[in-house]
Design a protein around this ligand. Structure first.
Ligand code: MN
Ligand code: MN
Length: 286
């Protein structure tokens, strides 16, 4: 398979996994059950590029259920589901937002989706990063909301989820251009708060911080990608909490903290992975 075919395959699997998750989010269902359902779907067909993120209300990103998670979806929750699959290191990264049983935030959710659509319309070989940000910001402002300024889209490369190019959701004055053949994830975050996220405590997602022979199993199993506390139980069983705190204390492993809106604003997100062509882009997760 060519690189492009692998991206296509990963994109399709991520899209379908996300769809399954969205369908299953209902009042009273557990976060953990949904995350495991999505991850099982991906693992049957490809590999996981990161733990399923289930970020609710003013949490924008970086929460995955823990092994003993007891959270259930409640009526009125605004749920961001963010899913990543990879085929031989080539990643599909996609997210959507759903409201559980109510329609109080339909416009917020729509603003994120429309901002993403506007960006997709102008992305092609040579597009400037600031133009993308401006399109996104203008659309979000049109709805009367704010983009989250410290959460960005990003380029993707083999085994690299955030591969170096950052694509802000506002007009950043970046004259840098995207090129044909690049793969990028565009992900507007919209809020009725101020538009900044801050660390909000444990999110149960981790990364290898310092290479060590002790981490060999983690490294081999997750290919250097972010991993969930839950996943470590396959390696360490019931001694997972002890192992994890050992790794954290020695700074061999670092946490991704849950990211919450600074003023407690509600947050919606939409994300697609795109392959840039000479005269446009192909949405790999559509
Ligand atoms: Mn994502
Ligand atoms: Mn992303």
């Amino acid at each position: 398979m060519e690189e492009y075919e692998k991206y296509k395959e990963a994109g399709k699997i991520a899209r379908d996994a996300l769809h399954i998750g969205m369908k299953n989010i209902k009042e009273g269902r557990g976060y953990k059950e949904i995350a495991e359902k999505i991850e099982a779907y991906i693992l049957d067909r490809a590999s996981l590029a990161f733990p399923v993120n289930i970020s609710v209300n003013s949490t924008a990103a970086h929460y995955t259920p823990s092994m003993h998670d007891e959270n259930v979806f409640k009526k009125g929750d605004v749920v961001k589901l963010d899913v990543g699959a990879h085929v031989d290191g080539y990643i599909g990264d996609t997210a959507k937002t759903v409201e559980v049983g109510t329609k109080n935030y339909s416009r917020l959710i729509e603003a994120a989706e429309k901002a993403l659509e506007e960006a997709i319309k102008i992305i092609r070989d040579g597009v400037r990063i600031e133009e993308i940000g401006k399109k996104i910001e203008d659309k979000i402002k049109e709805y009367g909301y704010n983009p989250i300024r410290n959460l960005h889209g990003h380029s993707l490369e083999r085994y690299k989820l955030h591969a170096g190019i950052s694509i802000p959701n506002y007009c950043s004055k970046s004259k840098k251009r995207l090129k044909e053949g690049q793969t990028v994830a565009i992900e507007p975050f919209v809020t009725d708060g101020v538009g900044m996220v801050i660390d909000g405590g444990i999110g149960n997602i981790y990364r290898i911080e310092k290479d060590s022979p002790v981490l060999k199993q983690i490294k081999n199993r997750f290919n250097g990608f972010p991993f969930a506390e839950r996943w470590l139980y396959d390696i360490y069983g019931e001694s997972t909490p002890l192992k994890l705190s050992f790794f954290l204390k020695r700074r061999m492993v670092a946490p991704y903290f849950k990211l919450v809106e600074m003023k407690g604003g509600m947050v919606a997100q939409a994300e697609h992975t795109l392959y840039i062509t000479e005269d446009g882009c192909e949405v790999l997760t559509a």
